[in-house]
Write a protein that binds this ligand. Sequence first.
Ligand code: IFM
Length: 437
Amino acid sequence: MATDAGDPLPRFPAGFLWGVSTSAHQIEGAAELRGPSVWDVFTAEPGRVKDGSTAAVACDHYHRYPEDVALLAGLGVNAYRFSVSWPRVASPGGLDFYDRLVDELCAAGVRPVPTLFHWDMPAHLDWLDRDTAARFADHVAAVAGRLGDRVTKWITLNEPAEHTLLGHALGAHAPGRRLLFDALPVAHHQLLAHGLAVRALRAAGARDIGIANSHGPTWPASADPADVAAAGFYDTLLNRLFAEPVLLGGYPDGLGELMPGDVAADLRVIAEPLDWYGVNYYAPTRVGAPLGTRGEFGGVTIPAELPFSVREIEDRPLTDFGWPVVPEGLTELLCGFRDRYGDRLPPVVITENGCSYEGLDDQERIAYLDAHLRALHAALEAGVDVRGYFVWSLLDNFEWAEGYARRFGLVHVDFDTLERTPKASYRWFRDVLRAQG
Ligand code: IFM
């Protein structure tokens, strides 16, 4: 087990963005001060969230944001990735909160990097409706109009792959649908929303725009052609379906034929050029041919009828969430993206990386982050243009269907008293940032 002070990390380039990430629904609370979200509806249904909790209070960041911004300043990050809650922005006075938060961040010398959609949307909206993409563009225009004088770096969507897969295909997240491949329109409409958001941001003068997509290497369970084919299919779903429309202006492997509407015209919107590409990395996935039985992956039930099965990655330490710790997967992923997309890949920012562990003396988290930063540096040395790294997350928070059982924070939150206590990993990351200058 690594200790607080391992060998110093290699130097990252000058101007590198060092940050932490959070999302509105997971930390804000103050649910009574905004309209209902799809996640409020979902968590109210018995059995949806494992510990039966809701995000009505969460970390109460809505009221305690000055304390949280002070934690950011103490950490020494130069950027903070948060999300604006669409239901809050749509509620009277909702934008005032983000106005205050952005002022507080600017006063502390921390660059605000808002994400415009991180899974919480007004309860009456539905990604199966094409019109939701236009409603999202209205939301984006409202936020940019209010914050654009101080915010210069923007993220359109967070992990549309997870939102499609977990929320609409497998039913593990809000809105809890189990549509399997009939969920593909949800993917297309989010991508269209992304493209319309880029246009709305450009119209408001923004010049620094990215998306945060989740990616990880897909490893075939064996060299058997059935396993290789299944892994290739999974790779298309996780790594290509949400990257290629954005980067190349086309869907992979004929998937465009399954999408609704005038797909060719939509792809021209979706492929609006980006200034950078955000990657959320946690772990690779080992995938094999279907086993004909239900499986379990990351706490989610995988139905038997899918054309692949998720297998265990053996001989690796696991986080408390059961996710394998594979730092070199980050180097493999980034070099693979560079090879696959060449000069169509803009500079990359790691918009999330982190792990769930219990305890205040979280040496495992330190070891995880230390190893992933070395793996990121290896990608830089291999020629990948990486411009920033954000730890998930600043605070322990509401981890969706897992409730409060999974602790990803550099800062511990006591969910009875809401007291914040920096963990050993907070002090370690602060020292890393000081050493990087
Ligand atoms: O907490 C989530 C976050 O909302 C999106 N990316 C993965 C994190 C850990 O599961």
